[in-house]
Write a protein that binds this ligand. Structure first.
Ligand SMILES: NC(=O)c1ccc[n+]([C@@H]2O[C@H](COP(=O)([O-])OP(=O)(O)OC[C@H]3O[C@@H](n4cnc5c(N)ncnc54)[C@H](O)[C@@H]3O)[C@@H](O)[C@H]2O)c1
Length: 279
């Protein structure tokens, strides 16, 4: 899809961080927008930043709920009659040792980060295939979906799942010579609200890892120190989409870390800690 003008972008997590910046880039390209989030104020702020005249619909959606994502798809098609770029981007993070992570940690993070993407695919891909237009599903994973970070197993499992889910979807759509493509975004740390994910944690999943704080502080510092901004990442992503690229790794260092992990596997040696200072 070369010309995005007047096409339709759907963005989950559109109320903050990367989702907001993607909304701005898509609007700059003349796209019509369906923005979803659990944060109503965040969505309103995003809308207030869009260029005047942007055709946008917002919806409060908890992506961990299949029926809520299905309602988003229904609303998008009622309003615009199509979807061309679907960004399954909403995400949350928890920290702490694997053995003290709680079932609430697992249910919350996998519910949003993994099932949110699954629901997006299940609700949008059939409609997009039926519509027949070219389009793309862009799933936000993470460098944590390509490496294994101590103190982040719950998050890493969710993001590794998004990478393999995206790869499977790519193979399926390619085999049927579909006009739909897939991309998976795998950034390292960049500054957004992700370190403050607990703000979106539902009360019924409130039991957090009792040893999470020390790791959370480390993640917070790494995010604050992020070299690229969410704006930078969004521009990199839009360029990569233009090139129909599947793997999108905006940070150069992420490529090196991924290579080290791949080598560990191929040479059947112990895994290298990606957080350890270089020897
Ligand atoms: N910031 C980083 O360092 C980093 C690195 C790699 C990947 N990512 C990924 O980027 C994506 C965007 O996160 P961000 O960094 O912009 O953080 P962010 O917290 O600024 O934005 C995430 C958005 O998702 C929304 N959200 C949370 N739970 C939701 C739910 N159940 N349903 C719908 N929306 C929900 C939040 O309200 C928020 O607006 C996430 O998938 C995250 O895992 C972030």
């Amino acid at each position: 899809m070369d010309d995005l003008n007047n096409r339709v972008a759907v963005i989950t997590g559109g109320g903050s961080g990367l989702g907001r910046e993607l909304a701005l880039r898509c609007a700059d390209a003349g796209m019509r927008l369906a923005l979803a989030d659990v944060d109503e104020a965040g969505l309103s702020e995003t809308v207030s930043l869009l260029p005047e005249g942007t055709d946008v619909v917002t919806r409060l959606v908890d992506v961990s709920k299949a029926d809520a994502v299905e309602a988003l798809a229904t609303a998008t098609y009622e309003r615009f009659g199509a979807a061309h770029l679907v960004f399954n981007n909403a995400g949350v993070a928890v920290s702490g040792p694997t053995w003290t992570s709680t079932t609430d940690d697992w249910n919350w993070v996998l519910g949003v980060n993994l099932m949110g993407v699954v629901h997006g695919i299940r609700s949008f891909v059939p409609r997009m295939l039926e519509g027949g237009d070219p389009g793309r599903i862009i799933n936000t994973a993470s460098l944590a979906g390509l490496t294994s970070v101590p103190g982040s197993s719950v998050y890493c499992v969710s993001k590794h799942s998004v990478v393999t889910l995206s790869e499977c979807l790519h193979h399926e759509l390619t085999a049927m010579q579909s006009k739909l493509g897939v991309s998976v975004i795998c950034p390292a740390f960049f500054k957004t609200g992700i370190a403050d994910s607990e703000r979106n944690r539902p009360a019924h999943l409130a039991d957090a890892n009792p040893l999470g704080e020390e790791y959370a502080q480390f993640v917070k510092a790494a995010i604050e120190a992020g070299r690229l901004s969410a704006g930078d990442i969004s521009r990199f992503v839009m360029d990569a989409i233009g090139e129909k690229r599947f793997y999108i790794l905006p940070h150069g260092g992420a490529i090196k870390q991924t290579e080290v992990r791949m080598r560990d596997i191929l040479e059947q040696r112990d895994p290298t800690n990606p957080m350890a200072p270089p020897a």
